[in-house]
Design a protein around this ligand. Structure first.
Ligand SMILES: Nc1ncnc2c1ncn2[C@@H]1O[C@H](COP(=O)(O)OP(=O)(O)O)[C@@H](O)[C@H]1O
Ligand SMILES: [Mg+2]
Length: 202
């Protein structure tokens, strides 16, 4: 399998904590020519050049580091806003990755710059792809859920989460209830295909 990365794609990984989202995505990171990661938990040090100074993101990219992991110094939402603003104003032809994005959005809250980025139309000159990872779909604002083009879901044991996935994407997503550990489902909203995948090696 290769992941469906393209500038007009918005890829969402969901599944209960420890279900394998980050591992799967990191295994496929090399398929991306460039990525800038909002790395809230410092999990990308081994695959990207880390920095906790947001002013270093652009210089590191310019110096030839094609994968940069920004580790915000603390959990304040200002860091997400800063990151989105920086991407909006300066980044082109890369993939923005948002780990644990549910810490910054909720059904009633969508940071304005994040919304702007997610809403950028296909063919827009910035050519920014986006990847979002979060345990629960119910923690995300509808403006994000509705713009997603590809969903990767690991097992979800919460009925509300399963219901939200089915309601937003496809009734076929109900299979997420019966997934074995590290098994996942890929729903492509462009082709409307739901595919079940056996676990990839660790
Ligand atoms: N396919 C797999 N097979 C075996 N172990 C895995 C697999 N994917 C992930 N793991 C292990 O499960 C744990 C949780 O994985 P992680 O990707 O961090 O989950 P999540 O991001 O969903 O919280 C890690 O210890 C990881 O090494
Ligand atoms: Mg994770």
């Amino acid at each position: 399998m290769t992941l469906p990365f393209a500038p007009n794609h918005r890829v969402l990984f969901v599944g209960q904590t420890q279900s394998g989202k980050t591992t799967l995505f990191k295994r496929h990171l090399r398929e991306l020519p460039s990525a800038v990661i909002f790395d809230v938990k410092g999990q990308y040090r081994d695959v990207a050049r880390p920095t906790s100074d947001p002013r270093q993101i652009i210089p590191l990219l310019k110096a030839g580091h094609v994968k940069v992991a920004f580790q915000p110094p603390d959990a304040r939402p200002e860091w997400l806003n800063y990151f989105c603003e920086l991407a909006w104003n300066n980044l082109r032809r890369t993939t923005l990755v948002f780990e644990e994005i549910g810490a910054y959005t909720s059904p009633g809250l969508m940071p304005r710059r994040l919304r702007d980025l997610v809403m950028i139309a296909q063919g827009e000159p910035r050519k920014l792809g986006m990847v979002f990872l979060n345990p629960r779909p119910t923690g995300l604002h509808n403006d994000l859920l509705s713009q997603v083009t590809h969903v990767f879901s690991f097992s979800q044991d919460n009925r509300n989460d399963v219901g939200r996935l089915c309601a937003e994407y496809s009734a076929g997503m109900s299979v997420v209830q019966e997934l074995a550990p590290f098994e996942f489902v890929h729903f492509d909203r462009i082709t409307k295909k739901v595919e079940r995948h056996q676990p990839e090696g660790k």
